[in-house]
Write a protein that binds this ligand. Structure first.
Ligand code: SF4
Length: 329
């Protein structure tokens, strides 16, 4: 079997935002959107990050790409250090531009991600010209080819974003990311705004493109039902931290962390013979500026004990290749 190589390595990533209008002894109060997250993504794989809205997963994606400044930790892409906050290292501007060609992002809101005044040729050709992907005379043909890979006709080049449906706009968003020839794509809830039937069309398209173009995905979603069959590995995020990670199939078959169990219990059953009891989580996710002491999930956990209110569990190996941050393991 071919040995997999690590494409992206994230270590101790943090992104904190100062909370406006607060001043406490020793500095401002901080909203800890991403709070010490570490993982790696192997070439050719799909890593899923799931969690409720506001858990920090989209901020994590943006911080990895340096679209927002990190507060701590490091990110390595292949042999390049994109940043290492504690080691005071940062990739140079020229190198960052080159790396941006290799790492692209697909955004959840395809409407606001596309400039309404630009036709699709302009949308796609911008990155193609900037990164000199093809010679000037072939840009139009190249863009038409990329559009066709995403299931759209050449005539779409001369239309504007508002003339397309949500699913078509997401195909354009994918085409824009692909046009510069990336190897790694951060997909930030690319199907969230779409109908269920269109969602599966887009997911199938992304799977085909991954196989045909040897891509690697970091797939961010709030819906574990969507990523379940799509990802190789899954990390479950709660209040800025991973609470469970592991092989996607194993994790979905037998979730270990009470939070993962609750998320999976909400996924509709497709097999009529399968029986499943819904686990309802109490309350809503606490504020990232007011993270509970001890286990950050204890305010909503049905298994919480005294120890959980005092001591925060670290992510430890609960079964071979399975990691959970929970005192039950
Ligand atoms: Fe629940 Fe305690 Fe485990 Fe946290 S550590 S998930 S509160 S059982």
């Amino acid at each position: 079997m071919e040995e997999q190589s690590t494409l992206l390595k994230v270590s101790g990533l943090k992104k904190y935002f100062p909370v406006k209008g607060t001043q406490i002894i020793g500095g401002k109060r901080m909203l800890k959107a991403v709070d010490d997250v570490s993982f790696s993504v192997e070439k050719g794989s799909i890593m899923g990050v799931i969690g409720e809205s506001g858990c920090g997963k989209s901020t994590m994606g943006r911080t990895i790409l340096k679209l927002t400044e990190p507060s701590g930790g490091s990110v390595r892409y292949k042999d390049k250090i994109l940043f290492d906050v504690e080691g005071r290292q940062e990739i140079g501007k020229k190198e960052l531009l080159k790396t941006r060609k290799e790492i692209q992002m697909i955004f959840q809101d395809s409407y606001s991600a596309l400039d309404p005044r630009q036709n699709i040729l302009k949308v796609l050709s911008e990155g193609v010209v900037k990164h000199k992907v093809t010679d000037k005379g072939s840009v139009k043909d190249y863009c038409a080819h990329i559009l066709s890979l995403c299931g759209l006709e050449e005539s779409a080049l001369y239309r504007f974003p508002h003339e397309f449906s949500g699913g078509q706009r997401q195909r354009i968003g994918i085409a824009r990311a692909l046009a510069v020839g990336p190897e790694f794509i951060v997909c930030d809830e690319p199907t969230v705004a779409l109908d269920v039937s269109v969602q599966s069309q887009i997911l199938n398209l992304m799977l085909d493109l991954k196989e045909n173009m040897s891509l690697t995905y970091l797939f961010i979603s709030h819906n574990i039902g969507v990523v379940k069959h799509f990802c190789d590995k899954i990390a479950v995020m709660y209040l800025g931290r991973f609470v469970e990670t592991g092989n996607a199939y194993e994790l979905c078959r037998e979730p270990l962390h009470p939070y993962t169990q609750a998320l999976l219990s909400a996924v509709p059953i497709t097999n009529p013979w399968e029986k499943k009891k819904r686990i309802y989580l109490e309350g809503s996710i606490p504020e990232g500026s007011d993270i509970p002491k001890g286990c950050r999930f204890h305010t909503r956990c049905r298994h919480a004990q005294e120890r959980c209110r005092i001591e925060e569990p670290g992510l430890s190996e609960a079964a071979p290749g399975r990691f959970a941050a929970c005192h039950l393991y």
